[in-house]
Write a protein that binds this ligand. Structure first.
Ligand code: GCO
Length: 255
């Protein structure tokens, strides 16, 4: 019988920031492909609701509530996985925040908060996962970038710098961990319909700009990223490493 290269049955995936938004869509997508998923976030109420909804859908779901910006919490979470005999086969570094303000008005503390949440956390969580993936000679790491991994937009400097860093961190992970059977890649979402972008989708001028600037002439739906996540989590991408795949309706490819 032909092997389904996209089948994630028997794999366990940790998705950071997955109680809602893109992270929740990644969790649903990987679960639909057979993976057991571990939801992560800081809001226990949202995590419990997501776990209940996904369990009702017949998925195997667990929760790991920890702050991805707190190194001791990350190490403790992985120690618990070890103790429970849980191998993280797939890591999606999705946790992120947005903070829109002109640089001349930006507090340095805001800069650090965005960089810590959107970039440093991917290094810290990725390092803990990779230590164990290296031992097993297998792992899939997917970092979530952005159109701002390539192009800048005014008022989102720390986010842009973090996402540019995500693109290069992905390549650094590939450089160091490729020989250990780990593939590290990134997804670059376009303008997606998420809570984080509510201030933009509700702005008629910005909404018109996104639609005119995007060949698909529309915003993306979070579930439209699931296929790329499944691909990069599966055997179908075993020889793909250090790449960033844009799922953006074509926006990054046109003037
Ligand atoms: C913004 C948006 C973007 C999108 C996404 C685009 O303020 O411009 O939040 O950053 O969320 O990153 O790829």
């Amino acid at each position: 019988m032909a092997t389904n290269l996209f089948d994630l049955t028997g794999k366990t995936a940790l998705i950071t920031g997955s109680s809602r938004g893109l992270g929740r869509a990644f969790a649903e997508g990987l679960a639909s492909a057979g993976a057991s998923v571990i939801l992560n976030g800081m809001n226990r109420e949202r995590l419990d609701a997501a776990e209940q909804e996904m369990t009702q859908s017949g998925y195997h779901v667990e929760i790991a509530a920890f702050d991805v910006t707190d190194e001791s919490e990350v190490k403790s979470a992985f120690a618990k996985f070890d103790k429970a005999g849980i191998n993280i086969d797939i890591l999606i570094n999705n946790a992120g925040v947005q903070f829109r303000k002109p640089m001349v008005e930006l507090e340095t503390s805001d800069w650090h908060r965005v960089i810590d949440t959107n970039l440093t956390s991917a290094f810290v969580v990725g390092r803990e996962a990779a230590k164990r993936m290296i031992e097993r000679g297998y792992g899939k790491i997917i970092n979530i970038g952005s159109l701002t991994s390539e192009l800048a937009r005014a008022t989102v400097a720390p986010y842009t710098v973090a996402k540019g860093g995500i693109k290069m961190l992905t390549k650094a992970m590939a450089a160091e961990w490729g020989e250990h059977g780990i593939q590290a890649n990134a997804i670059g979402p376009g303008y997606m319909l998420t809570d984080m972008n509510e201030a933009l989708t509700s702005n008629p001028d910005f909404d018109a700009w996104v639609k005119s600037r995007t060949p698909a002439r529309r915003w993306g739906k979070p579930e439209e990223l699931a296929g790329t996540a499944i691909y990069l989590s599966s055997a179908a991408s075993d020889y793909v490493n250090g790449q960033i795949i844009y799922a953006d309706g074509g926006m990054i490819s046109v003037l």
